[in-house]
Design a protein around this ligand. Sequence first.
Ligand code: ADP
Ligand code: MG
Ligand code: ZN
Length: 607
Amino acid sequence: MNLKSKNYLILLSLLLLLVILYLGMQEIYKGQTVSLEDFLLAVKNNQIKTIIFKSDSEIIAETKDGKILKTTKDPAESLTQIFKDYGISSSTIFNLEIKKETTGLKEISLAFLFNILPFLLVAWIFWQFFKQAQRGTTQIFTFGKSGIKVYNPNDPDRVTFKDVANLEEAKQELMEVVEFLKNPEKFFKIGARIPKGVLLVGPPGSGKTLLARATAAEAGVPFFYISGSEFVEMFVGVGASRVRDAFAVAKKNQPCLLFIDELDAIGKIRGVGLTGGHEEREQTLNQILVEMDGFEKGTRIVVLAATNRPDVLDPALLRPGRFDRKIVLELPDIKAREEILKIHLRDKKISKINLRQVAERTPGFSGADLANLCNEAAILAARRNKEFITQKELLDSIEKVLLGPERKTKAYSQKEKEIAAYHEAGHAIVAHYLKYSNPVQKISIISRGRAGGYTLKLPTEEKSFYFKKEFLDELASMLGGYAAEKLVFGDITTGASNDLEIATDLAKQLVIRFGMSEKLGPVSLTRRSPTFIGPEFFEKEYSEKTAETIDEEVRNIINQALDRSLKVLEIKRDKLEKLSQVLIKKEVIEQKQFEKLIAEPKGSLEI
Ligand code: ADP
Ligand code: MG
Ligand code: ZN
């Protein structure tokens, strides 16, 4: 049930209550009005059981057979006097039960009900209409309002962690947030520092918004939602004022989750010409920082934010006490894709399907693409007058989604996937067998931006200086992808261009900065430029002739590295094949799996 129908239900029950009360009151005061004479006669004849003074002049009486009589008297005269004058015996009076009617709660509340409540009711109804009208038509003018949306945690349509496939690490991190929101006192008591802000980073459709909503539902707290794209406004300062308003709303509803979606979109204004988008962006981001810094101790709000572009984020956002936790969501691997498909086919009619096969054919698809795929398959099945979605509809829909207008992420074909697998396996194998290159931590062939995949190699320790042989081994593994493509396909793809760039840069540094070239010897051919700060800017300190020698030396180093790389792969061709096949199947391999698969120690080739 949504908010609006609930309002109407409340209204209806209030009206009903009013009617019942009204009828009840009619019952109570239904009594017959009689003259004072008749009343006194009834008293004299011992017919009256109870007398109630309603006021100085009004009298209500109940007869012994249960009838109610009403009458009036002169307020200046007391009832006792009247009785005496009428000649009613004191024994009769003594037998009467006489009450002064209390202007008690009942009276007051009845008066309230009949006089004030109808007004309130009418006012309330008007208020509702007014609000609705305002929402409908005057949106543009409500600058100060954040346009914040709220999701009820008890909404039956809510999503929970069960509806989010895979992303186990992210869920685990968010469980901490959930626990805090559920029972903040527990954390405050022992003085634990609570996460103020959590940043979700991942490509479009990877489930950031979904996870945020699920977190709120798991915690059972309200979920306030604003989107950075809604901050795109014409005037500077609007974004900031919306942020202020959003935080004010959240503060009033603690504990709660405040979700700022599409953080990177904040303040992106183009072509307005009045003021730069830059300023607006700064102001809006600043306001977020100000608000988060202003959380008092004991604030029970967790701010979640999502972005597709961590690279454009202001580093100030990531400082402790702000978004001090970062959760990275990646595109789903083959296993995750299967799970996501399962979730989205849960309440659809299916028959004879092989989800593994669908997952195999959808490398690079995001969660959103897969959800879309399931929907397209259902539409296709209906159009084909089928009762169930079958494998055919699912496979036929892949292309539709690939070509669809809403795709943001790039997927690649089976052939491209194969190339990516050999390429990454090449990096990994070379890195593993050479002694001084960094160990492989993770290999992935899920497309990531421009690169087809990546091999993550991390130094085991933070070093302040390097040996030449370390550089050379590193260079060889950098060229491992290129070497593998050459070896396996007899050709090179454009996928290696980034590797070559980095390798060439490194080789050049060896020659001109570190004096590691045989031919040029121990000379530094570069100076840190005095006009720039930072290691990236160096000045050229050599002649044209030397420049030629440098180029030659760089080429030599690179060629040697490539030769070593090719040699390793030739010798370990079987491992290269094996690893590539596993990669094609699994798409992601972690360090442990990798080492088990290779089953030979690191650095066991001397080349
Ligand atoms: P983002 O905010 O990262 O761009 P969304 O959270 O909006 O992506 O995801 C879009 C849709 O894709 C979701 O509504 C859901 O249907 C589907 N989806 C994405 N990731 C998953 C997942 N891990 N499990 C199930 N469905 C997912
Ligand atoms: Mg989103
Ligand atoms: Zn590469």
